[in-house]
Write a new protein. Sequence first.
Length: 256
Amino acid sequence: MIRVFFNFFILLLCMGQANSKVLSVGWELWYPYQYHNKERQLVGLDIESFKAIMTQANLPYTTAEIPWKTHLHYLKTGKMDMAMGASWSSERENYAYFTQPYRHETVKLFVKKGLSANIKLNTLSDLIGSKYILGVESGYYYGDTYQELIKKPSFRANISEVIDLEQNVTLVLEGHLDGFLVDPNTMQSFVEKYHMEDEFEQHPLEIYSADIFIMLSKKTLDKDVLSRIDKAITTLKDNGELAKINQRWKASHNSD
């Protein structure tokens, strides 16, 4: 009887330790989703949404600034627990659980203003054998079509991979690239921040549009934590809180 009670006590202790674990999540400078404001506070659409979700799920966490490609590696190895603002891919699903989506994302091709009509691309595959070079950011997901095409050397020859949006912008302005792939909200924040409203325009080429998720490392977290977060997302969708956060950031963004 004493042994049974002791085993039960150990079980409760372990459960308590699991529930009290402070989870780790990374972030990277990504306007208007994840960034420091003038007061050095960590803010953004993803930051506020993630905070609301984790508060609803009653899960404590800490944040650390980390490059996205490194972040994904840390999820795979168990060095970090979670990632927000993530796109789904079959490769990522090998090492991470995906929550329910909490927002939507679109990626477009941006070129120098007035040049869209000169860049004859109707599909991404038209890039193969063309004279155009497009920029992308290392570690980011640009949809299933892109993922299949990038396996081909003939497509990779027309792709330039850099660390961040600022590098792509610089390369286009210097004439080294014909355009780059980016989320329009991020691009809008960038041009407003650096007063470049008359420098770029969207090309009509369709890239991709999809849901955005929170990723959980399979090395460190289990489906019980996934379930708690999914329930929190459902609650915040049903009561309209996630929609309010999204709308608040859109309104703030449009009034900047």
